[in-house]
Design a protein around this ligand. Structure first.
Ligand code: 8Y7
Length: 261
């Protein structure tokens, strides 16, 4: 899943792709690099980010989805607003990625009624304050309990299980130890019975572990994190660096492929 930010303040590539034409060219480049899905977001969810209005978010993402829809690559809408979910699916998106796990009023019903696939992600708190002092007794089991609760809510609202994807939410209300524990144990989350999505690309934990590198210098660390995720059972990796990630995963695929020996 290639990341297409149409925001002026995303932490990693913020500002680079905020004109409509540049966002479109960036999306096309990620398709050329081999992205299987594009995740289009018009609201930054980085720690400390301010919220954007409905009008601004719609203006950023809907024209882009209209332009990308004919290219036949599945499109994901990264939003927590029910109006944006509805408009994005109408414009051609087939996947809803809500870091608030459909907690906003009306979001659960909008997502279920849209017919799209749905990624529900774990977050402790909210982006403005989530990194202040996150605390867990057992991060993996608490994340799993949260995700099971949202699965139950979705299925009670009429969502087919085959539409659901789960995400532990790296960096969303988690310190470095929490993130590493989750990554080490991510295979356990597959026991819930749904495909997993993981987003580690260029995240601050990778900067911390490699000597406080800036987001653009976290590419090699991001490849390692994506590879570890997939080796541990993750189905979809949300990444900035599609070509590099694909090459790494091709090597993994060649090694695990049964060659009869
Ligand atoms: C994630 C995400 C972000 C993630 C899912 C960033 C929108 C921050 N991270 N969605 N979104 N999972 N599902 O660093 O980890 O890209 S925004």
């Amino acid at each position: 899943m290639g990341i297409v930010n149409v925001t002026p303040d995303s932490f990693s590539d913020g500002g680079k792709y905020n004109s409509p034409e540049l966002a479109f060219l960036h999306a096309k480049q990620l398709i050329d690099e081999g992205a299987d899905i594009l995740d289009i977001g018009g609201e930054s969810t980085r720690p400390g980010a301010e919220e954007v209005s409905l009008e601004t978010e719609l203006e950023r993402v809907i024209p882009l989805i209209h332009r990308l829809a004919p290219l036949d690559v599945p499109l994901s809408i990264d939003t927590s607003k029910p109006e944006v979910m509805y408009a994005a699916v109408k414009a051609g998106a087939s996947f809803i990625n809500d870091v608030y796990a459909l907690h906003r009023p009306g979001a659960l019903d909008a997502a279920v009624e849209s017919g799209a696939n749905i990624c529900i992600m774990h977050m402790l708190g909210e982006p403005r304050t989530m990194q202040l002092n996150p605390h867990y007794e057992n991060v993996t089991s608490e994340v799993m309990q949260f995700l099971q609760g949202r699965i139950n809510a979705l299925e009670s609202a009429g969502c087919e299980p085959s539409r659901i994807v789960l995400d532990p939410g790296f960096g969303f209300g988690k310190n470095l130890t929490h993130n590493l524990t989750l990554l080490r144990n991510i295979g356990k989350i597959t026991a819930l019975g749904y495909p997993l999505l993981a987003g580690l690309s260029r995240k601050s934990m990778l900067g911390t572990l490699t000597g406080h590198k800036s987001p653009g210098a976290r590419v090699y660390a991001s490849i390692a994190a994506a590879l570890i995720s997939v080796q541990n059972g993750v189905h979809i990796v949300r990444v900035h660096d599609v070509a590099a990630t694909r090459d790494a995963l091709k090597i993994w695929e060649a090694v695990i492929k049964d060659n009869g020996q």
